[in-house]
Design a protein around this ligand. Structure first.
Ligand SMILES: C[S@@+](CC[C@H](N)C(=O)[O-])C[C@H]1O[C@@H](n2cnc3c(N)ncnc32)[C@H](O)[C@@H]1O
Length: 360
């Protein structure tokens, strides 16, 4: 794919993500239990890595989230570094208001000392708007006034970052799968290397594996088709066009082999036009999705789940193999990590001790 096509792809995806920002927030970020398990798994890993860098290595850290979306990590770490009294007040208020506050976001004195800034970039203006709104709603404007910030822009244009505080640049939740196909994925690998190479920082790409597409992706995307559109492996029917929203009645969980899913169909005004409408997989289209690991829907949404071998090749070609790790999610967490892989570029050898201790 030449640069023009990458640019066109970028512009199209930017529109898709701007359009789905609100529903993505409701249905994915706070929705499907397998997705929230994956997110919690990533966050636990980052918590432990940050503690290691701050406490064991004595470093001050700058966390930077590429494709930061609606501020999942900004919010988490904003709450964790905000003072204890404030946190308790937040919890009390959130309980009274009946809204969810992740208990894992409690105040952490080590992070408060060493996590000095959190930045992020996203090309979707509506995602950034949502991110800023969420930070304000959580009472964290004292951070977004300076040290916690969002940039509207491209994941491919990261600049070399200063060495102090130590940059930890992450791309999470399979964002690489939605950064404009394999050409975009290569640009992301290069961009993240450029960001941390000179300053001996760390780059981490957390992604789904193509090998898990049958057991995790099919049910997952069917369950969230009100965000991304009807997957193409479900037979086309009278409601397949983007004019209708299909609201699944229940989440389909990983490893569920059921080829059908039941939805309520809504028109553009949100009026129900049919209850309990059954959509069924087309075996040939399902097979093709599993073989190509390329997820497409009847709108412009698409995602790739790259294979372990493909990630290995990119690490070899685009990063410094001797300073990189490529691990399966299972080696970190056998249950929640099953569908995941991590590419880690550790320019300064900061993680070696930690992974040795963990037997990785
Ligand atoms: C799967 S979402 C992850 C969002 C967030 N990191 C999270 O975990 O909730 C991927 C994000 O990447 C953004 N994105 C996709 N391609 C991008 C690009 N080339 N440059 C910047 N952002 C991009 C999308 O707008 C979207 O917010």
């Amino acid at each position: 794919m030449n640069q023009d096509t990458l640019t066109q792809h970028y512009e199209r995806d930017k529109r898709v993500w701007d359009d789905c920002a609100e529903t993505y927030e409701q249905e994915i970020v706070e929705g499907h239990p397998d997705v929230t398990a994956y997110e919690a798994f990533e966050e636990d890993f980052f918590d432990r890595l940050l503690l290691h860098l701050i406490r064991d290595k004595g470093r001050q850290v700058h966390l930077y989230d590429v494709g930061c979306g609606s501020a999942r990590l900004h919010l988490r770490y904003g709450l964790k570094v905000s003072d204890e009294d404030r946190f308790e007040k937040e919890v009390r208020e959130s309980v009274l208001n009946g809204r969810r506050l992740n208990p894992g976001c409690q105040y952490d004195p080590v992070l408060a000392h060493g996590l000095v800034s959190v930045g992020g970039v996203d090309f979707a203006a509506n995602m950034i708007k949502l991110a800023e709104h969420k930070m304000a709603f959580a009472g964290l404007t004292h951070l977004t006034d300076g040290r916690w910030y969002f940039e509207e822009g491209s994941a491919f244009d990261l600049e070399p970052m200063p060495a102090d505080p130590l940059p930890v640049v992450v791309s999470v939740c399979n964002s690489i799968g939605v950064t404009q196909g394999p050409t975009g994925a290569v640009e992301l690998f290069k961009s993240m290397r450029r960001a941390v190479e000179r300053s001996e920082g760390i780059a981490i790409i957390s992604a789904y594996r193509a090998e898990a597409i049958e057991s995790f992706a099919l049910g997952n995307y069917e369950s969230t088709m009100n965000v991304c559109g009807q997957p193409r492996w479900l037979r086309r029917g009278e409601y397949s066009s983007p004019d209708f929203t299909k609201l699944p009645l229940a989440y389909k969980r990983a490893h569920d082999p059921n080829p059908r899913i039941t939805v309520d169909v809504l028109d553009k005004d949100g009026q129900v036009v049919e209850n309990s409408y059954v959509l069924e997989r087309d075996p040939a289209a399902t097979r093709e999705t599993i073989d190509t690991a390329h997820i497409t829907t009847h709108t412009d949404y698409e995602s790739h789940w790259y294979s372990f071998a493909q990630f290995d090749e990119w690490i070899n070609q685009l990063w410094d193999r001797s300073k990189s790790y490529h691990i399966s999610g299972k080696s970190l967490d056998a249950l929640r990590g099953e569908p995941a892989q991590f590419a880690i570029l550790d320019m300064g050898g900061w993680i070696d001790d930690l992974f040795n201790r963990w037997g990785i």
